[in-house]
Design a binder for this molecule. Structure first.
Ligand code: NIG
Ligand code: FE
Length: 414
């Protein structure tokens, strides 16, 4: 079926050539077409242009978008949206002044989520996750990466990854799966952490790979979690089984995680709230690796924001993601992420939108398929409510400006 969306006030992120990401000053440029049309056939973008070029003699289904804009859907390259229950009790502790680290030491944090997850059946876990997936789709996300990492035993990690697989099978949103067995050390391994590293390497990774349950491998490289040597071993073991690294680094401390990740050819390094000159140099030497900022995590646990200006002004590429998880970012709203990036990280609306679309797609290995309005890419886009300018979207934070979401050319109705 062929559908023409006409009289679009502004069509955002139109790219004729298939560039895979934008870096440095390129991020300032967000190509758009005013008074535009967009033609899709089945699940694919067929054509776009200005209304003066529109040929209305074809028997298209016509959808009039007067006053409204069309954006490619958000590409959220970092989430943990499969989890059991919530952690509001920690939220109360946080308000009283406890830090993320202090809450973790009290038995909260990742281990708290792991306890809950171990007690939750696979079908219940799926039912909880699908509600979140449907919610973020309505909020304009058309591609999402989801991590394991709240299981921390071979059985529960596989359970999480099977839930992600089932979401992939049952939903049209593009989903990428990441094995994050190295998210925290389970209590039983507190005094023998290297034995847990061995379990990940010798048992979990081979089983994950055998069942084709993940595309990527992740490690939480941080003081009190996995050190750079352990991170290196785990990334290397994952790569042997075809899992590409995407790594949690520099959330609280710069301990060499960026260096280890780029040396392992990581597709992305995520968090980067703390970045040194040496870290920036490593990133400059390895343009393959995308830096990913997670501003709703900074907002929620009240830590520094990733220094976006420093990263972009050094010529580097930056993506934005939600980090949707129960502990540090209980929201997967990419519209809010884009607002925070502008307000708190001083990114321009154009930079933030590039970071949340094309660069986000790159950070999941999806930029040939998604992330821009380009002929041949998937017809994943959203139509806004009537809007005065692009900047209105991050400016009007907290408002839902999305009217309709199309995934693979189909209107999402849940
Ligand atoms: O990306 N920092 C590590 N992992 C998650 C938080 C996990 C949690 O607190 O449950 C993050 O922020
Ligand atoms: Fe995370």
């Amino acid at each position: 079926m062929t559908t023409a969306f006409i009289n679009i006030k502004e069509l955002i992120q139109v790219r004729e050539n298939h560039i895979r990401k934008v870096s440095g000053n390129e991020m300032k440029i967000l190509p758009t077409l005013k008074d535009a049309f967009l033609i899709i056939e089945d699940d694919t973008i067929k054509a776009f242009g200005t209304m003066s070029e529109f040929n209305d003699s074809h028997p298209y289904e016509i959808i009039d978008c007067r006053g409204k804009m069309i954006f490619p859907t958000w590409c959220d390259s970092h989430t943990h949206l499969v989890f059991a229950g919530n952690r509001e009790s920690e939220f109360a502790d946080k308000i009283k002044g406890l830090t993320y680290e202090e809450i973790a030491k009290k038995g909260g944090g990742i281990l708290n989520s792991a306890l809950k997850l171990n007690d939750t059946s696979e079908s219940e876990l799926y039912n909880q996750a699908k509600v979140r997936l449907e919610e973020i789709t309505q909020l304009g996300t058309g591609a999402v990466e989801i991590k394991s990492g709240y299981g921390l035993t071979p059985e529960s990690e596989l359970k999480m990854l099977r839930v992600i697989k089932k979401l992939k099978e049952n939903y049209p949103v593009e989903i990428k799966s990441t094995f994050l067995g190295a998210h925290a050390f389970p209590k039983a391994y507190a005094t023998v952490p290297d034995a847990y590293v061995d379990l990940i390497i010798n048992k979990m990774i081979p089983e994950v790979a055998q069942d084709h349950l993940a595309e990527f491998i992740d490690v939480f490289c941080e003081k009190g979690y996995f050190n750079p040597e352990q991170t290196d071993k785990i990334l290397k073991a994952g790569k042997k089984f075809g899992l590409e690294p995407k790594v949690h680094v520099n959330q609280f401390n710069s301990i060499g995680g960026i260096e280890i990740s780029v040396k392992n050819d990581a597709l992305s390094v995520d968090h980067l709230e703390i970045v040194t000159e040496n870290d920036l140099d490593e990133l400059k030497k390895h343009p393959k690796t995308m830096a990913v900022a997670l501003p709703s995590c900074s907002f929620f646990i009240d830590i520094p924001y990733t220094p976006a200006r420093q990263i972009i002004d050094n010529g580097l590429a930056l993506a934005l993601a939600s980090d949707y998880n129960p502990g540090s970012s209980p929201s997967g709203n990419m519209n809010f992420v884009v607002s925070l990036a502008c307000i708190k990280m001083k990114m321009t609306p154009e930079e933030a939108i590039n970071a949340a679309t094309l660069n986000g797609a790159y950070a999941m290995g999806l930029s040939d398929l998604l992330g821009s309005i380009s002929v041949g890419k998937k017809a994943n886009f959203f139509i806004t409510k009537e809007m005065s300018s692009i900047a209105f979207l991050p400016y009007a934070f907290g408002s839902n400006l999305i009217e309709r979401v199309y995934i693979n050319g189909k209107l999402i109705t849940y």
